[in-house]
Write a protein that binds this ligand. Sequence first.
Ligand code: SAH
Length: 407
Amino acid sequence: MNTTSGTNSPRPTPEGPSSADRKSADHQSTGAAPPAVVAPSKDGALPTTDTSERVAILDWTMPQLTQWLTDRSFPKFRAGQIFRWIYQRRSQSFEQMTDLPKDLRKQLDSAFEIFRSTTAAHQHSADGTEKLLLQLADGGRIECVLLRDGPRRSICVSSQVGCAMGCVFCASGLDGVERNLTRGEILEQMLKLQQLLEPDERLSHIVMMGMGEPLANLPRVLDALEVAKDADLGLGISPRRITISTVGLPPAIDKLAAADAPYHLAISLHAPNDELRNRLVPVNKTTGINAILDAADRYFDKTRRRLTFEYVLLGGLNDSALCARQLVQLLRGRTAMLNVIPYNPVPGLPYETPSPDAVLQFRRTLLDGGINVMFRQRKGDDIQAACGQLRRLREREPQVIGISKQK
Ligand code: SAH
């Protein structure tokens, strides 16, 4: 992977950014050329081991690509063509971009890569769910999932390698966080999942619910979602159909509200009181439920988008009638939906799916309390579709184990 180009390549790097440029590029969508390496050096990122000379075109914005083209005397409109080939026409190589001049295709191919990850595993569930384990250029591994539900084609995308939040029942955070994903690595997941669709199918929904905490990597998540919602040049998915799921980081929720991006916000609550939430979601000790709900209310006031609260039901832990009554107190009066999700057991962890009786009782209490609640079905159980599960299973296996496409 990441084969390098010929020595005469018109590479973007010579006039590329200083490290200061790289830092500022993290927070803006336009301006200086983006980093020539995969992993950024801030946010405690590991230094990249990637030695490729070609850079990730998915890290580049329209103004950056336009500049690159004009520097080489190509007309500006080529940038739009290239973006549409990548994001809308599902192109996997510059060679396929047949309405571009051959010389441009050659120069693009020498300078850029479209995909930088390899597919380390590809699993199919009997219910139509497909899961990819991607190996990034620096060896980090992330998961992303395509869910088929009636006409919906939803994708679940990761924002970090690992996770720092430490939710005790979740596989993603068991080894902590390695680094933030780049804008290009977030987009690459979307494109790889899009390629699993039939030509006449379209992605309809995005949930930032894969590995990692999206609000701990907010600038890059927002940059990637800009492309996801761009109907002209990008994937054209309405922000109403894009959900950002968070453990609940109040300052970052405020930043998201200020960013004026009307995405759907989902907050992973999992407990109705601080004592229990501190145990299940350790990061809660520094925030507390009240501060999260206040930030969620401010998000609602700003965006008028109905909030979602997520509640993973863990047998014998947070599925009692008392928990249900406390949840009713907490959520009553809010324009919110409660999503109750049965726990997807993680091998080696001592948590269990609740009994059918407990689920029934829990449901009755919430409905009687007037809470707008949905009890979700698990999807992709047979392929370890809960966050981070597949990565853990594959951790000790050889680097690339091949693609198993069984249609
Ligand atoms: N960090 C973000 C997004 C990633 S996790 C967040 O906390 O929301 C996405 C959702 O999956 C969260 O609600 C998380 O608690 C839940 N989850 C994690 N492991 C799970 C499991 N084994 N079974 C069911 N849900 C799980």
